[in-house]
Design a protein around this ligand. Structure first.
Ligand SMILES: *[C@@H]1O[C@H](CO)[C@@H](O)[C@H](O)[C@H]1NC(C)=O
Ligand SMILES: *[C@@H]1O[C@H](CO)[C@@H](O)[C@H](O)[C@H]1NC(C)=O
Ligand SMILES: *[C@@H]1O[C@H](CO)[C@@H](O)[C@H](O)[C@H]1NC(C)=O
Ligand SMILES: *[C@@H]1O[C@H](CO)[C@@H](O)[C@H](O)[C@H]1NC(C)=O
Ligand SMILES: *[C@@H]1O[C@H](CO)[C@@H](O)[C@H](O)[C@H]1NC(C)=O
Ligand SMILES: *[C@@H]1O[C@H](CO)[C@@H](O)[C@H](O)[C@H]1NC(C)=O
Ligand SMILES: *[C@@H]1O[C@H](CO)[C@@H](O)[C@H](O)[C@H]1NC(C)=O
Ligand SMILES: *[C@@H]1O[C@H](CO)[C@@H](O)[C@H](O)[C@H]1NC(C)=O
Ligand SMILES: *[C@@H]1O[C@H](CO)[C@@H](O)[C@H](O)[C@H]1NC(C)=O
Length: 641
């Protein structure tokens, strides 16, 4: 009996060993349910040109042979499905792949899945299957940068272990149901950016107590920012820019003690900046640009000494700039343009020793400019344009600001142009809309590093001095709305860099336009050429057609005669051709009015004749009127009788 028992025991042990060996072997191999789910996923992929799913084969073990699939070795259940479109391959080569097709709902059967990464495949389309809400073990769900549409599935409320949810850069729409975030207390990263999501930001975001980063930028969220957001004590970065958010900035945001990056720009926010916000020690980037914020910056409020970027431009802020701004000694960018600030520029700004960019344009600031600004040894950009500074003269200490690279002082009441400007290394200079008058000085040619020069809308009345041709670096030149006389030879004669934009409209330039304009070195890269409203005579040079970069040509209100040259159509990128109010005669060349990219065309008030050639661009009748000899659509039909 005992023997039999022992024998049966040893037989049992023997069987058990075989069984165990079998189950170990089975445990390593792929579970049938998971294999079927993965094969169904593959079957919905219509194109896999990079063959990133090529190892997924019915006959092999998904746990050991399929790229991007990882199993729990003790259960054989799939835990990771990781096929990102952009990755680093063996030997550090970067790979960029794409998958076309939809995401199969059967992925919802991968019961033990923890990581699902199909981000950056670009062309996964259709909606996110609600079945993914069944993946209760999921910690990472990455579907960003695809072409997914439809809504965020309500079933996602079941993903309670989720730590990272990245759905940005898709075409998701509709509102986000409030309950979705009710139980995601482990979520650290939420990215829904660059979709078309609308409705309010669910107030349940306040339940995401572990959240460190929230990206909802570039959607269509409306309503106000939920005040519950202040409960997110671990939040480091929040970006809600480019939405339709209205209402006030919740005061509770000033309680987010770890907040470092805050971006609420390009919304419709109103009310004032909560005083607690600019006291956050952790804050390094604060962007509130392009809203409708009002009120002033109370002097007591600014003490975020870690601030590196402070963007408050394009709002309706009022009051004086507080002296305490000078305490923000880490500041590199200070953008306050386009508000309603008044009073003087605080001299304490001179303490911002790291400041690289100071933009205070279009406010109500009065002069003088505090000389303490000379201490800003790192300043590269200074924009004080369009403030009632009544400068008259440029302060001479400006010449000591050796790192200054861009200087914008348009509309600041200047009436003198000092020669010491030539000692600075300026690349961008805008002194337009001032009371600069008289002759353009000959020393202007001594600024060879200049790239962009704006002297428009002042009172210059002289010819362009020959020394102008020494401005070898200039590519953008705005001289419009002055009383310049003579010809354009000194402008055209320069060697070196070629112009990209040239606007000399609204002056008294006269004579014919150089017939070889299309062969001049300086013009070979011109994109925008504006000679309108001058007393130029002669004909439109045929050689303009050789300017193959030309997109905008404006020759309105001159005294131009002769025909519209058909050669213009050789400048194939022309988008805008404006020739109204001249004395042009002859017909409209069909090749010109049929230029491929043409958007704007106006030949009104000339002496043109004949039938308007059939054309595909939509051009209003008004663009042809005032030519008694023109007929045909969009004007009345030609009289064929
Ligand atoms: C699954 O992915 C996670 C995170 O990428 C990783 O830590 C883990 O080791 C992976 N599991 C397996 C079984 O490869
Ligand atoms: C899986 O998800 C779908 C859709 O959300 C649901 O109808 C179904 O009951 C779920 N299945 C399981 C087993 O939970
Ligand atoms: C999603 O895109 C597919 C085409 O990829 C389209 O057939 C479907 O109607 C779209 N659905 C929604 C909700 O826009
Ligand atoms: C965004 O929302 C506004 C109203 O808040 C609506 O007029 C607009 O059509 C929406 N745009 C998109 C792309 O959904
Ligand atoms: C927010 O997103 C926009 C758009 O991508 C970006 O330009 C900006 O730098 C982001 N803000 C922060 C603080 O990172
Ligand atoms: C901040 O600036 C104000 C005014 O310039 C000054 O009175 C105050 O002491 C400064 N605070 C700190 C902490 O430096
Ligand atoms: C040049 O100055 C004019 C007049 O102040 C201004 O309207 C224009 O925007 C400036 N151009 C550029 C490119 O800054
Ligand atoms: C140009 O001169 C005329 C008179 O010669 C004057 O009426 C006009 O205001 C001047 N234009 C500018 C921009 O200075
Ligand atoms: C320029 O245009 C004229 C007239 O349309 C045409 O005969 C000539 O071939 C064109 N030249 C080039 C280089 O395209």
């Amino acid at each position: 009996m005992a023997f039999i028992e022992i024998t049966s025991l040893s037989i049992f042990i023997c069987f058990a060993t075989i069984y165990l060996q079998q189950t170990t072997a089975e445990a390593l191999s792929c579970h049938e349910t998971d294999k079927a789910a993965l094969l169904d996923f593959k079957s919905k992929i219509t194109k896999d040109s990079s063959r990133i799913l090529s190892t997924w084969d019915q006959s092999t073990d998904c746990c050991t042979h399929w790229d991007g699939v990882a199993c729990d070795p003790s259960t054989g259940r799939v835990v990771n499905l990781t096929r990102p479109g952009v990755f680093t391959g063996p030997d550090d080569t970067p790979w960029d792949t794409m998958l076309y097709g939809t995401i199969s709902p059967s992925l919802g059967n991968l019961e033990f899945l923890r990581v699902l990464h199909l981000g950056d495949q670009k062309f996964l389309t259709g909606s996110i299957p609600s079945e993914l809400g069944n993946l209760s073990h999921l910690t990472d769900l990455f579907l960003y940068h695809n072409s997914l549409n439809g809504t965020i599935p309500a079933s996602f409320q079941n993903l309670r272990k989720l730590s990272r949810l990245l759905l940005g850069e898709n075409r998701l729409s509709g509102s986000v149901p409030d309950f979705v975030f009710q139980d995601m207390s482990s979520l650290t990263l939420l990215d829904l950016s660059e979709n078309q999501l609308s409705g309010e930001i669910p107030s349940s975001v306040g339940k995401l107590v572990s959240l460190q980063r929230l990206d909802l930028l570039a959607n269509n969220f409306s309503g106000s920012i939920p005040s519950t957001i202040g409960a997110l004590k671990d939040l480091v970065d929040i970006n809600l820019s480019d939405n339709q958010l209205s209402g006030i900035i919740p005061v509770s945001m000033g309680e987010m003690a770890k907040l470092s990056g805050l971006d609420l720009s390009r919304n419709r926010l109103t009310g004032s900046i909560p005083s607690s916000l600019l006291k956050l020690n952790s804050l390094s980037v604060c962007k509130l640009s392009d809203n409708k914020l009002t009120g002033s910056i109370p002097s007591s409020s600014i003490s975020s000494t870690g601030l590196y970027k402070l963007y408050l431009d394009n709002n309706m802020l009022t009051g004086e700039l507080p002296d305490s701004i000078g305490n923000l000694t880490n500041l590199y960018w200070l953008l306050l343009s386009n508000n309603r600030f008044t009073g003087k520029i605080p001299s304490s700004i001179g303490n911002l020793k790291n400041l690289g960019s100071l933009q205070l344009a279009r406010n109500g600031l009065s002069g003088p400019i505090p000389p303490q600004l000379v201490k800003l040894k790192s300043l590269q950009l200074l924009d004080l344009s369009f403030n009632p500074l009544n400068l008259v003269k440029l302060p001479t200490w400006l010449s000591k600001m050796t790192s200054l690279f861009r200087l914008y002082l348009a509309g600041t009441g200047l009436s003198e142009l000092p020669e010491w400007l030539t000692t600075m290394g300026l690349a961008y200079l805008d002194l337009s809309s001032n009371a600069l008058a008289g002759e353009l000085p000959r020393w202007i040619g001594n600024m060879p590093r200049l790239y962009s020069l704006n002297l428009s809308n002042s009172g210059f009345h002289s010819a362009i001095p020959v020394e102008f041709k020494n401005l070898a670096g200039v590519q953008e030149l705005y001289l419009h709305s002055n009383n310049f006389t003579g010809g354009l030879d000194s402008i055209f004669a320069k060697p070196g860099r070629q112009y990209v934009i040239l606007d000399v409209s609204d002056n008294m330039f006269a004579g014919p336009i150089d017939e070889n304009i299309g062969d001049l070195n300086a013009m070979q890269r011109i994109q925008t050429l504006i000679l309108s409203n001058n007393p130029f005579g002669g004909s439109i040079p045929k050689s303009l057609g050789k300017l193959t970069y030309l997109e905008t040509l404006k020759l309105e209100k001159n005294g131009l005669m002769g025909a519209i040259p058909s050669e213009l159509s050789n400048a194939t990128f022309l988008k805008s051709i404006m020739l109204s109010n001249n004395n042009l005669a002859g017909g409209i060349p069909s090749s010109v009015v049929n230029l491929k990219w043409l958007q704007e065309f106006d030949v009104s008030h000339n002496m043109l004749t004949g039938e308007i050639p059939p054309h595909s661009a939509t051009i209003p009748a008004g663009s042809f009127e005032g030519n008694s000899g023109l007929c045909g659509s969009p004007l009345p039909p030609c009289n064929t009788a």
